[in-house]
Write a protein that binds this ligand. Structure first.
Ligand code: SF4
Length: 370
């Protein structure tokens, strides 16, 4: 929680003209600013964004895909990333020097990414080096992590993974060493390792608040996977009871969940996969199918609206949106675009060159593996 208090101070309140205006007026102003900027601006919309923002996106996707798209549009000097902080950092790492990446609200962080910071990971590495052969430990970070952690991984022989390629990256890691330190999402690590045929005995949770992660030396030596004690609060909310209730109501329904859900949920789902996988699973379902989805509510609602011949519902009827993704709204988008028209780059996200280099190495390894 502390991290959020620090982050709350990052974004100054918007000028009143953005917060008191009508939706119609805001839309007209966003349209005008976007037209004035033309190809110089490229707006990226993550799948979990609100509709009021998503309708202005030039591209929709998950974080890695959007960063690659930004790289493929060098004519755009300004990349407005409607997503969260680590995504804007990834876009900054992959884009050319003349491209500036903008996050419409600096308070849009990711609570999961904040669960592992560089100091904690360096400390973990040091403590582990005292009890195991550190050369045989491969660090893997999920895309949902700061640029500093990606650089750590790049500098220590590891790689980044996404929820789509986690299995291939973990297989690569275990071909290169005996053990994996996986951060920040324990659930993606566990679900992927279980799908590879490993059992809970092969895994240990690394709690960064405890000495040696709360493990005995024997545990640290025995484990194949050291899973960082981090999670996504949006996906961790889903429970097996939600799946049971859905199945009771829709006996022929299909359950598709994101691998950031707990293994208790993933193991009773019909399909488990990334946001792109979920979108394709809904597309592939036969007309009339009822699909219960375990992921962020904006994506589920959008899929429901855009797939009228199927019934798409959230597995959790009370699900909350990702509160940090939710921060990006039409007033913030309008504010950054109008500033760009005036020649002011507000909320630029930068990454120091040395960090960019290490992070690029880790991302490149991922691309080479997959
Ligand atoms: S949905 Fe979870 S992992 Fe994604 S940005 Fe929100 S908190 Fe982070």
């Amino acid at each position: 929680m502390e991290v959020h208090h620090i982050m709350l101070r990052l974004q100054a309140p918007l000028p009143e003209q953005y917060t008191t205006t009508t939706t119609i007026e805001l839309n007209a102003r966003i349209r005008a600013a976007k037209e004035a900027l033309g190809d110089r601006v490229f707006i990226l919309g993550h799948h979990y964004q609100r509709d009021e923002v998503m309708k202005w996106a030039d591209a929709r996707g998950d974080s890695f895909r959007l960063s690659v798209l930004a790289q493929e549009h060098p004519e755009a000097d300004y990349i407005v990333f409607c997503g969260v902080h680590f995504m804007a950092e990834s876009a900054e790492i992959l884009t050319a020097d003349h491209q500036q990446v903008i996050l419409p609200d600096l308070n849009a962080g990711c609570s999961m990414a904040d669960m592992a910071d560089l100091d904690e990971v360096e400390q973990a590495w040091e403590e582990l080096a005292a009890v195991i052969d550190i050369q045989r430990l491969v660090p893997i970070t999920y895309m949902n992590s700061s640029a500093a952690l990606k650089a750590f991984v790049g500098d220590h022989g590891g790689a980044v993974c996404t929820s789509t390629n986690a299995r291939a990256v973990l297989e690569w890691a275990l071909g290169r060493g005996d053990k994996v330190l996986f951060f920040p999402d324990q659930h993606l690590g566990r679900n992927t390792a279980m799908a590879m045929g490993y059992t809970p005995e092969d895994m240990r949770i690394w709690n960064p608040r405890l000495d040696l992660g709360g493990l005995s030396e024997a545990d640290a030596k025995e484990a194949t996977f050291l899973l960082w004690k981090g999670h996504c609060s949006v996906h961790q909310r889903f429970t097996p009871a939600h799946v049971e209730a859905f199945r009771a109501e829709h006996p022929d329904g299909i359950v598709v969940v994101h691998p950031e859900c707990s293994n208790e949920v993933a193991s009773v789902a019909d399909q488990v996969g990334s946001t792109d996988y979920i979108i394709k699973a809904v597309e592939a379902a036969p007309p009339g199918a009822v699909i219960g989805v375990g992921t962020e509510i904006h994506l589920v609602q959008r899929l429901a609206e855009e797939t009228p011949d199927k019934t798409v519902v959230s597995l959790d009827p009370l699900v909350c949106p990702c509160s940090t993704m939710f921060r990006i709204d039409a007033p913030h988008l309008c504010w950054v675009l109008e500033n760009l028209v005036e020649g002011n780059v507000v909320n630029q996200i930068t990454v120091p060159p040395a960090v960019q280099e290490g992070a690029r190495t880790a991302l490149q390894r991922m691309l080479d593996i997959t």
